[in-house]
Design a protein around this ligand. Structure first.
Ligand SMILES: Nc1ncnc2c1ncn2[C@@H]1O[C@H](COP(=O)(O)OP(=O)(O)OP(=O)(O)O)[C@@H](O)[C@H]1O
Length: 264
């Protein structure tokens, strides 16, 4: 489904701020894989996701989604295949618009503006049905402005909007990190449910090592622009957080240096 072939990315080339953020990453995901991504600060986790989403061109290598080679595609074109949710709940929704206006925008993404029409009763019923599944009582607030929602409600809505068109690939960049622990668990449960129901291929960056091992079916660990561990099946099932930290030290040759790494 996703094939990243030996990509390289250097920022600010030829300046004093030159930084090689991705140093040759190769990664293959099968359809329906849910991969958690961990690593120390500055390891290149977001740069990997941003390279796939097309925020900037990579310097070398290839990126394929399904049968499409998307390496040279601009970001807007990749958006037809890739959906993203970021850490900041403000980023995925338009605050001044209502819940239903946000949802219809997500549902009709990619359609010509000329075909736009008023929200139909059928669409409204569908939004209500999908919002009911969130268990946050948003189904009765379709005409409320999104600015009235809490961070958790907003992030749940963002996730719903990001997956309403069943993307080929879902990229989650620490999407629960800004939420309080209880809300974060709720949004994470919802994430797992939505991904499973739609068999979504997913990459999720997290600093929570417990989530990294318990969510999804595979975990990769990055360090200084490379993937240094790729855990799956039995090896992952039997992994503990302590053992994971030991493996990190062995593979990277350094102690884990991450202010935000959450151990449980
Ligand atoms: N647009 C950019 N311009 C310049 N440097 C960048 C840019 N984006 C990332 N970097 C640098 O590339 C390196 C990797 O950054 P990245 O954000 O991918 O790390 P990360 O693993 O996501 O880190 P964290 O866990 O701290 O969010 C860092 O040194 C960062 O400062």
């Amino acid at each position: 489904m996703l094939r990243v072939q030996n990509i390289l990315k250097t920022f600010n080339k030829g300046t004093v701020n030159e930084k090689m953020a991705i140093k040759g990453i190769t990664l293959k995901l099968a359809a329906g894989d849910f991969v958690t991504v961990i690593g120390s600060n500055g390891a290149g986790k977001s740069t990997l996701l941003n390279s796939i989403a097309g925020d900037f061109p990579v310097d070398k290598g290839e990126i394929h989604i399904g049968d499409c080679e998307i390496t040279g595609w601009p970001q807007y074109r990749r958006a037809s295949l890739v959906s993203r949710v970021f850490q900041d709940p403000m980023r995925g929704t338009a605050s001044s618009m209502t819940i239903e206006e946000n949802m219809v925008m997500a549902l009709r993404r990619g359609q010509s503006r000329r075909l736009r029409r008023a929200i139909s009763a059928k669409e409204r019923a569908y939004f209500r049905q999908e919002l009911t599944k969130l268990g946050l009582s948003l189904e009765n607030r379709l005409t409320n402005k999104v600015s009235l929602l809490s961070g958790g409600q907003r992030q749940a809505l963002t996730l719903l909007m990001a997956t309403i068109q069943k993307p080929q690939l879902l990229l989650l960049d620490e999407h629960t990190a800004a939420l309080d622990p209880k809300t974060a668990e709720k949004v994470l449960d919802l994430t797992c449910r939505v991904a499973a129901e739609n068999n979504l291929t997913t990459l999720m960056i997290t600093h929570n090592l417990d989530h990294a091992l318990s969510v999804g079916n595979r975990t990769i660990m990055m360090h200084e622009g490379r993937i240094i561990l790729d855990l799956r099946e039995e090896e992952r099932t039997n992994m503990t957080i302590n053992r994971l930290l030991e493996m990190f030290e062995k593979e990277s040759g350094s102690h884990i240096h991450n202010d935000r790494m959450i151990l449980a």
